[in-house]
Write a protein that binds this ligand. Structure first.
Ligand code: GDP
Length: 297
């Protein structure tokens, strides 16, 4: 099974190797801080966040009287860990625990739903899927194949059916049959914010109607390869959709894994999972400690 180290290989051997190299081979001075800022921006951390991290590092070096590059590296690793630390756990307390998955086409939404089902099933949970993306017939078909592979039941309806009705049926059935979780696909479309808000609030209401005991998380799936470019679009999207967390896919496919930090900072949402490959077990729980240690070993 892959680890975060494998997923971050391109990033670690790319931009972050440069950062380690800069830190361990230079004197701590203004040039170093400028270099570092530039490299963090190249690694897709995002300008605001890069500037702030470097400012915080500068303060830390001064306050703690750090002398060597090794010490500064350790300090930066700790700052990144703090930056990425979530404030609480994913809420899976409901009966069932419902996870709505949103994101634009091609980011890896379907694959992520299958991976989530597999991950939680492996942890002993009874998981049901709901094909709430009724906008594209292909989406339900894809999800059906994945549900078979993950060996979990799928609730679906025909093309054009009401997503809220599909998700209502799934939650109702899960509650009646004692399933722990429902992971639901949605047809969250970015180009119409009002439509998206209406649709998601309708879905939320139908979840509560199907089971008043249900808990709800809304995970936004983003593609790490598009990185910073996707963020401004996502900002509006995730606010409208009431997202509670982020899944970053395709971390294995980019040397710009610094975007994980930028996304956390820009969206103000915890990163919950990262995708590190195309296989069903290539989804990892996000850990700020593992991430910062893999990034700056
Ligand atoms: P959707 O349109 O958002 O539902 O996207 P899909 O789930 O169909 O995925 C689109 C493509 O991205 C597929 O070829 C997936 O195999 C690929 N993909 C998804 N997640 C990952 C990942 O974490 N790593 C890699 N390398 N590929 C991924």
């Amino acid at each position: 099974k892959k680890k975060i180290n494998d997923g971050l290989e391109k990033t670690r051997t790319g931009f972050f190797a440069g950062i380690v190299n800069t830190l361990t081979n230079s004197q701590i001075d203004d040039d170093l801080y400028n270099d570092l800022e530039e490299q963090l921006i190249l690694a897709d951390v995002g300008p605001d966040c890069a500037i702030r991290l470097v400012d915080e590092l500068r303060d830390k070096v001064r306050e703690e009287h750090l002398k060597t590059g090794e010490q500064a590296l350790k300090a930066l690793r700790e700052l990144i860990r703090l930056e990425m630390s979530p404030t609480d756990d994913l809420d899976l307390s409901g009966k069932p625990a419902v996870i709505l998955v949103i994101g634009v086409n091609g980011v890896g939404k379907t694959t992520t739903i299958a991976k989530l089902a597999y991950l939680y099933k492996d942890l002993g949970k009874k998981v049901m899927l709901a094909a709430g993306d009724t906008f594209r017939a292909a989406a339900s078909e894809q999800l059906e194949l994945w549900a078979e592979r993950a060996e979990v039941p799928l609730v679906k309806a025909g093309e054009g059916a009401d997503p809220a009705a599909v998700i209502f049926d799934a939650v109702k059935s899960a509650a009646a049959k004692g399933y722990d979780m429902v992971i639901a696909d949605t047809a969250g479309r970015l180009h119409n914010k009002k439509g998206l808000m209406d649709e998601l609030s309708k879905i939320t209401r139908s979840v509560k109607k199907a089971s008043p005991e249900a808990s709800l998380e809304v995970l936004l799936v983003l593609d790490a390869i598009t990185g910073q470019n996707a963020i401004s679009q996502a900002q509006e999207f995730c606010r409208a959709a009431g997202a509670t967390g982020v899944v970053l896919t395709k971390l294995d496919g980019t040397p710009k894994g610094g975007c994980v930090i930028g996304v956390r900072q820009k969206l103000g949402l915890p990163i919950r999972f990262v995708g590190v490959g195309e296989k069903i077990d290539d989804l990892l729980f996000f850990s700020a400690t593992d991430f910062s240690e893999a990034l700056l070993p």
